[in-house]
Design a protein around this ligand. Structure first.
Ligand code: FEO
Ligand code: CA
Ligand code: CA
Ligand code: CA
Length: 612
């Protein structure tokens, strides 16, 4: 049977069950799955690794997993070497940052498809001070930790089948103190002005950089995600609604407000409005200031991934990683110009932001976030497009967007043109809050939804359309639990929980990275990377390829154009343990050296295609 037809039947069965009040009975049956008549199959031929948790990483047989760069490694020839147990702001400014998340590989020379020499562009989301330094934090430690955030650009080169960093001219750190620009409809608005910046157009730093994406013109996009953990104090009545919706608290998780006044909302109520954006940076020009593109809206940006639409315009897909938050897309006004890079450099300042509504009949509707339309008016507290983008969450709610189970990465498959949304989990959803696209209460496993633009596959897909359809690809978690959806032939190691990031290989197969967080113990396996076909008899038959050490989440996945190298980021190894008694000392395994978040380069022993 055609697998996608089977999925349609599975989902419609689920909906039918809900409509007749038998959803609970249906959900208590074992895994929903295709009734595939075909034999077990996958185009992926690697031997699966096993579920489990230990202090090391593991990759499928026949592959090498080499440490490419670690937190604290020097990016310049004259930069200080990593010194375990000591934090130093000046040193950290020239060293690879902490908690690597998004990874992009940008070939050298620019615009080429060179798979042996390029720029590794990496986000550094947050820090785990308790694993970085022993004892209580000093103001100096906090200053160094601020420099461990943001982004790194690192030249890398493959020689004799081994990748290594190059201490070259492109290498650059962008941190919590770097000068950035604000552009787009909110730039210069009163709500972005502060005592330090009367223009509302210049901001120091980017933080909470989770995942991201790249653009057709060779820039990198970085999502500012959990900014609410960095600002404390009490805000004004004007900013209270958006601060509440974002989740700001009086005493922030990272406590920076105690060390620097701009992170104290009592003193600087507008400063948080200058964060929570998508940042665009040019890795090929280390002198260019990165830009926060406010047209793409302000929320907890997981990522921002782009696709050239059939008409040449560029569409950027984005998830807002909060329980009951939304999936967005941005459609540029202008078409991409492949002959003139400079003509594309500011096109993310002009376009339309949309938010997704998932209907029970399998339709997906995109609602524009445009000032003056759909209730985004003065009666509802919106005086301009600046207000709409600053309070994108509240605007999207008014438009009827569907509250999702924590949208993470949203990426377009280059072969079939479908858009895959990772919904990581939502433990807060109550039984009476379930809907067609978010069918499980207390959802610990997450799900992957296919959003299907009209027009056809690949470049025929119309990503600017107002109406798509949608299907489930996988409803994740242990298939022994209720309500999961995989290929019927899923193996005991191939199921997973909490999809976060994804990448597609040249054949259009999906590589899914997990972030189980506090449920790592419950699912009895470390996080890792799972690969699956999206079509044919192997559709949704995920296979376990790479596992990270205890405490870590799996980030990154990024292929070189030739698919012979796969870069992955191992974020927060040893999380929830302490400097003096870490649960792992990966990757150095040296006494007195703490675990170090690192980017790993995976290659095949025979130099072939990864996973084949
Ligand atoms: Fe930083 Fe949504 O993961
Ligand atoms: Ca993360
Ligand atoms: Ca993530
Ligand atoms: Ca996550």
């Amino acid at each position: 049977m055609n697998p996608s037809l089977d999925v349609i039947i599975s989902r419609r069965s689920l909906l039918a069950g809900m409509a007749t009040g038998t959803a609970a009975a249906l959900l208590s049956t074992p895994a929903l799955s295709w009734t595939a008549a075909e034999k077990p199959s996958s185009s992926l031929t690697f031997s699966e690794i096993s579920h489990g948790i230990d202090d090391n990483h593991h990759v499928a047989a026949g592959h090498n997993a080499d440490i490419l760069i670690r937190w604290g490694d020097a990016l310049a020839a004259d930069a200080p070497a990593f010194a375990a147990g000591r934090l130093d702001a000046a040193a950290q400014q020239q060293q690879f940052g902490y908690n690597c998340d998004f990874v992009a590989y940008m070939p050298l020379p620019p615009g080429s498809d060179n798979s042996d020499h390029g720029l590794l562009c990496v986000n550094h989301e947050y820090a785990n001070p308790g694993l970085m330094v022993p004892g209580d934090l000093t103001a100096g430690d906090i200053a160094a930790i601020m420099e461990a955030h943001g982004h790194s650009v690192v030249e890398i080169k493959k020689t004799d089948d081994k990748w290594a960093p190059v201490q070259g001219k492109y290498n650059r750190r962008i941190t919590a103190t770097t000068a950035l620009e604000l552009t787009g409809p909110a730039a210069g608005h009163d709500r972005l002005k502060t005592a330090a910046d009367a223009t509302g157009k210049h901001v120091f730093g980017t933080i909470a950089n989770c995942s991201g994406g790249t653009t057709p013109w060779g820039t990198v996009l970085s999502g500012e995600e959990n900014i609410q953990h960095f600002f404390g104090g009490e805000t004004t009545a004007r900013e209270l609604p958006t601060a509440k919706r974002f989740g700001f608290e009086k005493n922030s998780e990272h406590g920076w407000e105690k060390f620097e006044s701009r992170f104290d909302m009592s003193q600087n109520p507008n400063e948080p409005n200058r964060f929570g954006w998508v940042v665009e940076l040019d890795p090929y020009n280390s002198a260019a200031a990165p830009k926060k593109r406010t047209a793409l809206g302000r929320f907890r940006h997981e990522a921002a991934t782009s696709v050239i639409n059939k008409d040449g315009r560029v569409v950027v897909y984005m998830g807002d990683d909060g329980e009951f938050e939304f999936i967005y897309k941005f459609v540029t006004d202008k078409a991409y110009n492949p002959a003139d890079r400079a003509a594309n450099m500011d096109m993310l300042d002009h376009g339309t932001l949309y938010v997704a509504q998932f209907l029970e009949n399998g339709a997906l509707r995109w609602h524009p976030l445009v000032f003056g339309q759909g209730g985004l008016t003065a009666e509802n507290g919106f005086a301009s497009q600046a207000d709409v983008v600053i309070e994108a969450r509240r605007a999207a709610t008014l438009l009827g967007a569907t509250p999702m189970d924590r949208p993470e990465d949203v990426e377009t498959n280059p072969i079939n043109g479908r858009v895959y949304a990772m919904l990581t989990n939502n433990n807060s959803r109550k039984p009476d809050e379930t809907d067609a696209a978010n069918p499980r209460a207390e959802n610990k496993g997450g799900q992957i939804i296919e959003m299907i633009p009209p027009g056809g596959a690949g470049r025929d897909a119309d990503h600017a359309a107002a109406e798509y359809t949608w299907e489930f690809f996988i409803i994740a978690g242990d298939p022994a639990d209720r309500g999961t959806l995989y290929n019927a032939n899923i193996s005991q190691n191939g199921w997973f929980a909490c999809p976060d990031n994804c990448a597609f290989d040249a054949q259009g197969r999906i590589w899914i990275a997990t972030d189980q967080g506090k449920w790592q113990g419950q699912f009895k396996t470390g996080d890792g990377l799972y690969a699956a076909d999206v079509t044919g008899p192997g559709r949704a038959n995920a296979r376990f390829f790479y596992r990270v050490p205890v405490g870590a989440e799996m980030c990154g996945p990024c292929f070189t154009p030739d698919n012979k190298t796969l870069f992955v980021a191992v974020q927060h190894p040893g999380e929830n343990s302490t400097y003096n008694n870490p649960s792992t000392r990966w990757p150095d395994f040296k006494a007195d050296t703490p675990p170090r978040p690192s980017v790993v380069a995976i290659t095949k022993n025979d130099g072939g295609i990864i996973g084949s």
